[in-house]
Design a protein around this ligand. Sequence first.
Ligand code: SER
Length: 318
Amino acid sequence: MKNILVIGATGQIGSELTMELRKRYGNEHVVAGYIFGAEPKGELATSGPSGIVNVTDRQSIEVAVKKYEIDTIYNLVALLSVVAESRPAMAWKIGIDGLWNVLEVTREYGCAVFTPSSIGSFGESTPHVKTPQDTVQRPRTMYGVTKVTTELLSDYYHTKYGVDTRAVRFPGIISNVTPPGGGTTDYAVDIYYSAVKGEKFICPVKAGTFMDMMYMPDAMNAAISLMEADPARLKHRNAFNIAAMSFDPELIYATIKKHVPGFEMIYEVDPLKQSIADSWPDSLDDTCAREEWDWEPQYDLESMTVDMLEKLKAKLNK
Ligand code: SER
């Protein structure tokens, strides 16, 4: 990777991944692509190049790729699961028409490309415990439909045109810089903000709802190590199961409460979020990622909680 373009650089993952890539490859080698209305701010804006890149406008991708001689793209744009249910056409337009544009540009200019998939690419008929790498993928959400299509289209461009497409299936990502928006797993971020602000947390999914989750540093490492992996070792490409921890609301609440003794949580179940969460795996089997590119997470629920609370206390002056 010499020159990298991050599309969706001001989103939850993009805002941190862009900075991490700049740290590793040099500020001037990492371009922050954003859309009008979601301009980069602070260090993200001042530390390196940026430009408007809208996946639904192929030319805007091409302009950035040519201008900065891009050889690697991280395509992070998507509508998350809950919001995609209320705007399915938009979710498709951004997720798939946009992906098509990105893939066409990468084919023409010979770039490698990472377009994440998700635990949302699985559905009710998928085995829920230790979900295998290769298994049934029949999701009923629009988010899931776009993610399965992302995997298939990315593999198609690899086998048909030799484009270097690679991806992981991200679990719920927990982070403290840019909040997620419109996802089913967002509660596991929101709960930390409530704990640090001294507010009672209203949990939108039931006790006993297990989902796979991951702390942002591990998620970034996964994306970068996969893109750096020796292609000769990769039997899979789009997309690898990766796992770090699986918990339900009771478990994350109990872990936070050890550090914030007065913290309270009540349940007010959101039926849409609950039905989406119920259709997703409880935990993924990430053996292939471990074998093919040495994937290994660093954070578990306890160590993530300690770090999240510390970072949020500093951020919120608490
Ligand atoms: N975090 C996503 C969501 O909840 C799942 O990949 O929609």
